[in-house]
Ligand binder design. Structure first.
Ligand code: CDV
Length: 313
């Protein structure tokens, strides 16, 4: 079978005081559990090596802030994860904070079953703010700490098929899935840290789980691909984050879902030929998609222009 049994390794909270080796041990334990479930690939969360530090205000260059970033991957502390993955013959998606050539990215990598990195993605849709605002119940300062990803949404050859990556807020944007869908993605992997209770209006906190599944199920269905998504969740340093890690079929159905807010592995048999069926029969882009008939509206908005005038008929 192309594809195969895919695992999602949800993580409970990571304390600020937790060391990298302690976190890496948690990842290794879940990798072993995934092997016991016959997985050939595992998805870990966004920023899976550290606590979700964009909730705190740091001055740029503060050594405490810089210590959350990896300057090499694998480095001495993450190497055991790669070695275990190679021993077990499992590939993985791992999110982490990357520092390279003076730039800071919210990054994810893809490895094959030998522990070799075969793909990289840097988060494009950075949520939150640059400047802190004490009137908010909590900060989300990704725009302060990260540069916008500069790799687009590449799709890589893996698991005898096509695999893409996204990170957290990206999953809310149809463009994320469509750009990869147009490249034939059969599996989209992603990790997330989704805080709730920061004073969101319109019941947004109560709807956080609904919006999580809504966006990913729609993305999977509209692009006829599998989606495997891993949360870091629970009460992390006094801040609540949603769990609900899941695996979604190209039909849009949730086929596996975490039930805890702790470290938890789920798995599902992800047959890429099922994705091909829907790419051929329903979302056959070549036969049915009509970009030439859509007009230029999305281009105008994308360019930051004001909204175009409404047509009169
Ligand atoms: N880490 C994230 O990107 N979190 C966002 C929150 C801030 C809305 C998310 O989309 O879940």
């Amino acid at each position: 079978m192309r594809g195969g049994v895919i695992g999602v390794a949800q993580m409970g909270p990571i304390a600020k005081s937790e060391s990298r080796p302690q976190v890496v041990k948690r990842l290794i334990d879940m990798l072993k559990e995934a092997k016991g479930r016959n997985c050939r690939f595992v998805v870990f969360p966004e920023l899976a090596l550290t606590t979700f530090f964009p909730r705190w205000v740091y001055q740029l260059g503060d050594p405490e802030l810089e210590a959350f970033f990896e300057t090499e991957m694998p480095g001495p502390e993450t190497k055991p994860l790669f070695e275990t993955a190679a021993e077990l013959g499992i590939g993985f998606y791992l999110g982490y904070a990357e520092k390279t050539k003076g730039k800071h990215y919210n990054t994810a990598i893809l490895t094959d079953g030998t522990g070799k990195i075969i793909g990289k993605y840097r988060k494009v849709h950075l949520p939150g703010h640059v400047e802190p605002d004490p009137s908010r119940k909590g900060e989300h300062l990704e725009k302060r700490y990260f540069d916008i990803g500069n790799l687009g949404f590449p799709v890589y050859e893996a698991l005898e098929g096509r695999v893409g990556m996204a990170i957290c807020n990206d999953r809310r944007w149809p463009e994320t899935y469509r750009v990869m869908g147009l490249q034939g993605a059969e599996l989209i992997t992603l990790g997330y840290n989704t805080p709730v209770g920061l004073g969101e209006p319109f019941q947004a906190a109560a709807l956080a789980n609904f919006h999580n599944s809504l966006t990913m199920q729609a993305g999977a269905y509209h692009n006829a691909c599998w989606v495997a998504a891993a949360a870091k969740c629970g009460n992390e340093e006094g801040f609540e984050m949603i769990g609900q890690s899941m695996i979604i079929a190209p039909t849009g159905e949730v086929v596996a879902q975490c039930s805890s807010l702790e470290d938890e592995v789920i798995s599902a048999r992800c047959d890429f030929d099922q994705a091909q069926y829907f790419k051929r029969e329903i979302f056959n882009f070549a036969r049915h998609r009509r970009p030439e008939a859509y007009g230029l509206i999305t281009e105008r908005i994308g360019a930051g222009d004001p909204l175009p005038p409404v047509e009169s008929f």
